[in-house]
Design a protein around this ligand. Structure first.
Ligand code: FES
Length: 169
């Protein structure tokens, strides 16, 4: 197997598994998949999923089932910035469809696609539990709330500036 966690990440996996009774290591699957995703530029290749399966002593199919079910886990390459726009009822009533269309138009991508420069991925997801701040989206670990077209413009610009800063360093 050619992929593997660093020593530090393996310790983190052990620590996560230790939260559960013996034989229930599968319960640590989601946080371990998050770690794997971090190691692999934001997505889970079959190689990484198989590695996680071997670490947690579960079958690969058990890992695939979880990885393909949850929208926060990506099973194909994603851009540096992933816009996860909520499309559930309360966000829809507050204009999420317009926000999604605006992002599609602005970045020339449809939900599930990544811009050619590998910078942005657009995803539509179900309720993220921030309905009072609708319309909203998740960007990495941050919620962007009360979205407007102007806010979307500012978010895209900020992402581009940040990417540029990282490239220059
Ligand atoms: S409906 Fe969008 S956060 Fe709940």
């Amino acid at each position: 197997m050619s992929v593997q966690f660093s020593e530090q990440k393996l310790n983190r996996v052990k620590e996560l598994v230790s939260h559960y009774p013996d034989g229930k290591q599968k319960s640590a699957l989601i946080p371990v998949l998050h770690l794997a995703q971090e190691e692999n530029e934001g997505w889970l290749s079959v190689e990484w999923m198989d590695y996680v399966a071997s670490l947690l002593q579960v079958t690969p199919i058990e890992v695939y089932e979880v990885a393909t079910f949850y929208t926060m886990l990506n099973t194909k390459p994603v851009g540096k910035y992933v816009f996860e726009v909520c499309q559930t009822g309360p966000c829809m009533i507050k204009g999420s469809s317009d926000i999604i269309s605006y992002i599609e138009e602005k970045l020339s991508i449809k939900p599930g696609e990544t811009t050619k420069d590998g910078m942005f991925t657009l995803k539509t997801v179900e309720c993220l539990g921030a309905c009072g701040y609708a319309p909203m989206m998740q960007l990495g670990k941050v919620y962007k709330e009360h979205l407007t077209k102007e806010k979307v413009d500012a978010i895209i610009e900020e992402c581009r500036r940040e990417a540029q800063r990282i490239m220059n360093n």
